[in-house]
Design a protein around this ligand. Structure first.
Ligand SMILES: [Zn+2]
Ligand SMILES: [Zn+2]
Length: 347
């Protein structure tokens, strides 16, 4: 089969690799019908994720059709359409039993396209199938559910739910990339009073208004913390969602928060950030971190089915799976192409 292979820092190829097969009785093999590319794939390609072995097939978000089923799998059969989440769950360890699948101790967690072959491929082996895949109702299209594999549950669980967004809240979202936009989209499920988007790119801020931002601040031109103080009678935002992953944006999130407010970090950080306890110690601020567990996928899927959530807004570009190399070029050049998510369509 063909697959997008990580060949080392800066190098990728659309290569011929062996067809995946059942290894453990809890595995299934899936034909990939629709896949996509994530910012973390770009991190791996930059060489930022040294644990990913050379030769790994990338990708951790897809919709597929079950082809083969391991001897102990009982919840899906050949022919079923399934959503493959970025997070796998062994179903047996302490954290899986607490629905913290991202922390799985039994070989799950973020494994696709990271520690094992991933989902930008014609076929994939899917471990722990009974606990890790989500059967799709016929009425939902691939594109309606594809982004529930990662960015929507990431923004919702690690941002909106950890930040306890509540009716009437002023929610500041630092970063208007795909995950920040997904935070704006899912924050609306809790009817905040106002969503403020902060980014350096006017194009991204323009997208933010389509995803629910009421106010946008370009912090390349404006002092975002000062502007938010102005908008909130000098108090600050009730909730700040950090969706970039660099020290400056984390520090900004802790500056613009009101006393008693909540800062939920969603961004993936590669460098240490300064925690200004000399300013924060007496302000009763809660700061949370997290990796997605994806336990909210069924809930989000019901919201998509009932028409209350429309993730197809993210699909800015479409390619055939064979054109994954070109899709990477488009996705990686988002500043010029304005790509949010690319949809890779299998044959
Ligand atoms: Zn992802
Ligand atoms: Zn586990």
């Amino acid at each position: 089969m063909k697959a997008l292979v990580y060949q080392g820092p800066g190098q990728r190829g659309w290569d011929t690799v062996p067809d995946p097969t059942i290894i453990d009785p809890t595995d299934i093999v899936v034909r990939i019908d629709t896949s996509t590319i994530c910012g973390s794939d770009l991190h791996i390609l930059k060489g930022d994720v040294p644990e990913t072995p050379l030769g790994t097939v990338l990708g951790h978000e897809a919709v597929g059709t079950v082809q083969e089923v391991g001897a102990s799998v009982s919840s899906v059969v050949a022919g079923d359409r399934v959503l493959l989440s970025c997070i796998s769950s062994c179903g047996r360890c302490r954290f899986c039993k607490e629905h913290r699948y991202g922390l799985c101790l039994g070989g799950g967690g973020w494994i696709f396209g990271h520690l094992i072959d991933g989902l930008q491929a014609e076929y994939a082996r899917v471990p722990f199938a009974d606990n890790s895949v989500y059967k799709l109702p016929d009425e939902l299209t691939d594109e309606q559910v594809l982004f529930l594999a990662d960015i929507l549950p990431t923004a919702y669980e690690v941002g909106v739910l950890n930040g306890m967004v509540s009716p009437g809240d002023t929610v500041a979202v630092v970063g208007a990339g795909p995950v920040g936009l997904a935070a704006m989209l899912t924050a609306q499920l809790y009817t905040p009073g106002r969503i403020i988007a902060i980014d350096l790119s006017d194009a991204r801020l323009e997208s933010a208004t389509k995803f629910g931002a009421d106010t946008t601040i370009n912090n390349g031109r404006e002092d975002a913390a000062a502007r938010i103080m102005e908008l909130t009678d000098g108090l600050g935002a009730d909730v700040a969602l950090e969706a970039v992953g660099v020290p400056a944006t984390f520090e900004l999130a802790t500056e613009l928060i009101r006393p008693g407010g909540r800062v939920a970090n969603i961004g993936v950080h590669g460098h240490s950030a300064t925690l200004h306890l000399e300013k924060l110690w007496g302000r009763d601020v809660t700061i949370t971190t997290g990796l997605v567990d994806s336990y909210t996928i069924p809930q989000l899927m019901r919201l998509v089915a009932s028409g209350r959530l429309d993730p197809t807004l993210f699909a800015t570009h479409h390619f055939s799976l064979d054109d994954t190399m070109a899709a990477y070029d488009t996705f990686a050049d988002a500043a010029n192409t304005h790509a949010l998510k690319v949809v890779l369509e299998g044959a």
